[in-house]
Write a protein that binds this ligand. Structure first.
Ligand SMILES: Cc1ncc(COP(=O)(O)O)c(C=O)c1O
Length: 431
């Protein structure tokens, strides 16, 4: 009898005055927030509501480009104008890295009228920008900051991990509990700290975006996950990190695989529960190694890209699971010892595209379909996003460049999936 609805005694997510209000208060205490809102439509709806709260139509939002597609959708809904900053790039793993404090300061100086700042931290690869410096900087410009912490709900429960952005006063922090805590899919939290956020406006926006039939299963597990983490989180994460250290030692031995570590990141740190394995020296793509792990070892990883395989290790993984992964990685090292590196030409990530139509105007424009190869210089209606990691290469309203097409084709030809491009390689372009 978990799948109940809003009957007397069970409160109302949109106007909480009873058990949901209590559970949200307990969550706020546990995560270090002033207010917490339960989200039953994932972090997606929290991110959208947060952006709609900060930005009125035409307001600028300074946003690191490695954002999830939900942030782009949030800006479309709000009618906001993005001012993108390009995150750093790690040349060894060929993945987005930290948001540079200098770049951010430059954007803040050049856009004194911006409504606020938005960053994603940790990113999908567990890389954490220096949140203390970033929050202090943004607040010194008297602006609020939203942090997409979808991948970092567990961070605040262990001193052995990078801190949560809430610790340093992020104004809004959105977390997907379902990614790293024992919570059901779609269960997320939106936390608020301080006084820069108009909470009434935020509530209004959340009420518009969330279902009127919230799942009590999802909400109950948001409460349960909080309680479990408060009681056992620190110990469980400590034990997990021991297992991960052993795994990294095994995987690193053969010098075939390389695991992302703090030494690889300048100006930030990593969440070690996100095991990023560079497989370039196996002579195979990350996509191929992902398939091999699934087919030969019955191991499903979180995601892969051209060069890497990413495992999310959580409290739900047992010693046996970790041993199984360790054995598989050990065998991979043996099988691929001496293989020729797949590509010695580094991946060239395209420059930020030119924006020709504002995000908020794209929704109402008519469109047609074009073969990707014939779409050079056309304006995209779609968000073109290699998935995972779900970071858009081209956003709605942006010009499709030759470079971007080459980059997208490289990913597709290597076996990756790109959302926004149909199977017969067509793309929607604005007429
Ligand atoms: C960085 C990031 N932000 C936000 C989201 C959206 O989270 P949810 O699936 O909880 O809606 C994702 C989902 O993968 C993500 O990777």
């Amino acid at each position: 009898m978990l799948d109940l609805t809003e009957i007397p005694g069970l409160d109302n997510l949109h106007y909480p005055k009873g058990i949901i209000e209590d559970a949200q208060r307990l969550a706020a205490e546990a995560f270090g927030a002033d207010r917490t809102f339960f989200l039953v439509n994932g972090s997606t709806c929290g991110i959208q509501a947060a952006i709609m709260t900060l930005c009125k139509p035409k307001d600028k939002l300074i946003i690191a480009r490695d954002c999830h597609r939900s942030a782009i959708a949030g800006m479309m809904l709000a009618g906001a104008t993005p001012v993108y900053i390009k995150p750093g790039f790690n040349d060894v793993f060929e993945i987005p890295s930290v948001v540079s404090v200098d770049e951010l300061e430059k954007a803040l100086k050049e856009n004194p009228d911006a409504a606020g700042v938005y960053i994603t931290r940790p990113n999908y690869y567990g890389i954490c920008s220096d949140i203390k410096e970033i929050v202090e900087l943004v607040h010194s410009y008297h602006k609020p900051i939203i942090v997409d912490e979808a991948h970092g709900t567990h961070l605040c429960f262990s001193k052995l991990l990078p801190p949560s952005s809430l610790e340093y006063g992020a104004d809004i922090c959105v977390q997907s509990a379902h990614k790293t805590l024992p919570a059901f899919t779609q269960g997320s939290y939106l936390h608020v700290r301080g006084t820069r956020i108009d909470v009434e406006r935020l509530k209004f926006n959340l009420s518009m975006l969330q279902t009127t039939s919230p799942s009590y299963i999802i909400m109950a597990f948001l409460d349960i996950a909080r309680a479990v983490m408060q009681k056992e989180g620190e110990n469980r994460i400590r034990n997990l990190l021991r297992e991960i250290d052993q795994l990294c030692e095994i995987a690193g031995k053969g010098k075939v695989l390389k695991i992302l570590s703090d030494h690889d990141i300048e100006g930030g740190s990593i969440d070690r529960t996100r095991v990023v394995i560079n497989v370039k020296n196996t002579g195979k793509t990350g996509f191929e190694i992902e398939k091999l792990l699934r087919n030969q070892y019955n191991i499903q990883v979180e995601m892969s890209d051209l060069n890497n395989v990413v495992c999310i290790v959580t409290m739900a993984d047992t010693h046996e699971d970790m041993k199984k992964l360790g054995t598989a990685l050990e065998r991979l090292c043996v099988s691929f010892k001496g293989a020729t590196c797949l590509r010695d030409v580094p991946l060239r990530v395209p420059e930020l595209p030119e924006r020709r139509i504002e995000l908020g105007s794209v929704m109402s424009r008519t469109f047609t379909r074009r073969k990707l190869g014939d779409a050079v210089q056309c304006v995209s209606r779609s968000m073109i996003t290699p998935y995972p990691p779900g970071i858009p290469v081209i956003c709605p309203g942006e010009v499709i460049s030759k470079d971007a097409i080459e980059y997208i084709m490289e990913i597709i030809e290597a076996g990756g999936a790109v959302n926004g491009i149909s199977e017969d390689l067509e793309v929607e372009v604005v007429e």
